[in-house]
Structure formats: structure tokens, C-alpha cells
Design a protein around this ligand. Structure first.
Ligand SMILES: CC(C)(COP(=O)(O)OP(=O)(O)OC[C@H]1O[C@@H](n2cnc3c(N)ncnc32)[C@H](O)[C@@H]1OP(=O)(O)O)[C@@H](O)C(=O)NCCC(=O)NCCS
Length: 333
């Protein structure tokens, strides 16, 4: 990332949307053999939101985006670029960004999706930032949105307790000021570990449709233990690397907004960085893991609860299927 630019990209608006239907741990214990106590102690999750049957990823994303555009003091017609991080697009194609463009009445601007699982939002912000600095787009709409309930195997207690639905959005704006907004960013991936967290459906192209359904190949498959270990290692390393790259010490970080997957992963990150949990934004107890939506939902909540002030330095770190990871340091305007 160039440090020489006289321009910066800032977050000028935030918004989020979560469906009204709440699924508690007790509700889940009626569907699979589990308990509130097990889920809470292993993950920190108490409940998650589930989208309505006909509520799509682009519906949730449009609601979040509409809030973000309003919060930025802009109109849909001001948006010059739309990028959506999601693994649960409304359709295989067209992309979800195009549906959002239509729903919000945004002009005929570039619109596309990025698939980087739970790292999807940070990947998407970095792609938008780079395009803004090189091509001059003034305002970009960047969204993380997921309807994970449609790819969750509701018969598998090892995964179905973890995930939820929702959307978070930001408006990014190009400003004539150096070293504000997004200060530093990193992204990485390791395809060697792609099998431990995936929806394997397409890989088994020779498999009959009925067998795909029987083996739930169209749903999330995960080796939880393996994912957990790598998540801790990669989240910690990404955070350490980005602070070093940005030449910022852990004490200078006002708030950490981590991907909301598991409280124990976040506690490990807190210990590794020497940043107390009081400086972490956590809402996974109420939403579970919403993949690409998790960081922008948490960001919006932190902003609306007054936990983010002008001048604050914020660290965001994510990890997800792929395996992918990403981190970002932001100076809030
Ligand atoms: C999924 C996760 C919570 C499981 O916790 P864990 O401590 O690793 O638990 P294990 O997988 O070792 O399972 C321990 C036992 O609990 C059982 N178990 C699994 N899910 C359960 C549930 N929902 N309720 C009750 N028991 C459960 C297992 O069957 C196992 O029983 P056994 O010892 O009789 O075989 C944990 O591995 C995790 O969070 N991994 C990361 C997942 C993640 O974040 N994915 C998204 C990344 S973006």
C-alpha cells in the first residue's frame, strides 16, 4: 500500500441490518443434541438472527447500505462503486451488488461481489480503497452480507450452533488529506487448507443430486478443531504484522473489531496483543458468526454506541474459509 499518496480513503458512513427473528441456544437444543451451557462456554454465543424465508442477502444488504448512505449524508446517486463481500449471494449470477444497485436506485456504476468468506468485508474494503486511489471513485458502497442459514446444516450440531444472518455496510469516501482513514491493510490466503471449512457441492460434480442432498454437500462442512487452531495463529499473526507495518503500537489502538467467530479465539488475540478485552468490540453473543457481515455489523454498533470517536485508531482482523485472512488499521475521521 502506497504511503506517498496525498489522498486517503475514509469511512464516511456506517449502517447495519439484522433480521428480527431470534434463535436462542435453547431453541437450538430442541433441534439438535446440544445445550445453552455447551454453546456459551465453547463459543460465547447466546443467540443468532435468522432471515425470513423470502428475505434475501440483497434485501438485508440494501437495508444496511441505505443506513450507511444516510449516515454519510449522501444520496444513492452519489455512489460510484458497489462491492459486496458474501458467500451467500441471492443467485449464482447476477451478482448481489447488482440487485442492491437496483433496489437502492444507484446509478449505472460498477457493481460486483467478492468471495473471501469471513475475511470478505476487509478484502472488499481494500479492493474498493485501491480502486478509489487509482481510478478516482469518490464514494464507494462496501457491504458484508450473509444469509448463512440457507447453507447451514441444521442436523449438524458441530456447525449449526455457530452461524447467523445479517448485513453491515460502509460508505468509503476519497479525501484530499494524507494519512487518515484506512492507514494500512493486509490480506492473505492459504489454499492448502481449503478443505477444513467449505461448502463442497460443486467439487463433487459427478455426484447425483440426491446423494449431494443426503450428504449435505450443499451445506457448510467444517473441521472445527483444525479451524480453531489455525484461526488463533493467523488472527494473532495478522494483527502483529499489521501493527508493525503501520508502525503503531498496541497501546495506540482504541478499539479492536475482530471477526466474531468464537470468544476463545478473541481472548487469545487479546492476550497475544496485550490489549484488554475491554478494548475489544464483541457482539457474537447476540449474532453468532455472520461471516462477511460480522465486522461491519460490529463496527456500526460500536459507532452508534459511542465507542468510536474522531481521531481513534481502530484495528480490524478477520479469518475465514479459503483459508483467508485480512487486517486493517483505520484512523477514524
Ligand atoms: C466448533 C467448536 C466450538 C468446537 O469446540 P471444541 O472445543 O473444539 O469441541 P470439539 O469439536 O473438540 O468437540 C468436543 C465434543 O463436543 C461435542 N459437540 C460438538 N458440538 C456440540 C454441540 N453443539 N453441543 C454439544 N456437544 C457438541 C463433540 O461431538 C465432541 O464430543 P466427543 O468428545 O464425545 O466426540 C470449536 O472447534 C471452534 O469454535 N472452532 C472454530 C470454528 C469457527 O470459528 N469457524 C468459523 C471460522 S470463520
Amino acid at each position: 500500500m502506497s504511503q506517498a499518496s496525498e489522498k486517503s480513503v475514509i469511512i464516511s458512513g456506517v449502517g447495519s441490518y439484522t433480521p428480527s427473528k431470534i434463535l436462542t441456544n435453547d431453541d437450538l437444543s430442541k433441534i439438535v443434541e446440544t445445550s445453552d451451557e455447551w454453546i456459551r462456554t465453547r463459543t460465547g454465543i447466546r443467540e443468532r438472527r435468522i432471515a425470513g424465508e423470502n428475505e434475501t442477502t440483497s434485501d438485508m444488504a440494501s437495508a444496511a447500505a441505505s443506513e450507511a448512505i444516510k449516515n454519510a449524508g449522501l444520496k444513492p446517486s452519489d455512489i460510484e462503486l458497489i462491492i459486496v463481500g458474501t458467500v451467500t449471494p441471492d443467485m449464482r449470477f447476477p451478482n448481489t451488488a447488482c440487485f442492491i444497485q437496483r433496489k437502492l436506485g444507484i446509478g449505472k456504476v460498477p457493481a460486483f461481489d467478492v468471495e473471501a468468506a469471513c475475511s470478505g468485508f476487509l478484502y472488499t474494503v481494500e479492493i474498493a480503497r485501491s480502486l478509489m486511489l487509482t481510478s478516482g471513485y469518490k464514494h464507494a458502497l462496501v457491504i458484508g452480507a450473509e444469509k448463512l442459514s440457507k447453507i447451514t446444516n441444521w442436523e449438524d450440531r458441530t456447525t449449526c450452533v455457530l452461524f447467523g444472518d445479517g448485513a453491515g455496510a460502509v460508505v468509503l469516501s476519497l479525501v484530499d488529506e494524507p494519512r487518515v482513514g484506512i492507514l494500512q491493510s493486509l490480506m492473505g490466503a492459504d489454499g492448502n487448507e481449503s478443505d477444513i471449512l467449505c461448502v463442497p457441492e460443486n467439487e463433487q460434480s459427478g455426484t447425483a443430486a440426491v446423494e449431494k442432498i443426503e450428504r449435505a454437500l450443499h451445506k457448510i462442512h467444517m473441521q472445527g478443531n483444525q479451524v480453531f487452531k489455525i484461526a488463533v495463529r493467523v488472527m494473532c499473526q495478522s494483527a502483529v504484522d499489521i501493527l508493525e507495518k503501520a508502525n503503531i503500537s498496541a497501546e495506540d489502538i482504541s478499539l479492536v473489531i475482530p471477526h466474531q467467530a468464537n470468544n476463545r479465539i478473541i481472548e487469545a488475540l487479546s492476550q497475544r496483543l496485550g490489549i484488554g478485552m475491554d478494548r475489544f468490540k464483541i457482539n457474537l453473543d447476540r449474532y453468532g458468526n455472520t461471516s462477511a457481515a460480522s465486522i461491519p455489523i460490529a463496527l456500526d454498533e460500536a459507532y452508534r454506541n459511542g465507542r468510536i470517536k474522531s481521531g481513534d485508531t481502530i484495528l480490524m482482523v478477520a479469518f475465514g474459509g479459503g483459508l483467508t485472512w485480512a487486517a486493517m488499521v483505520i484512523k477514524w475521521q
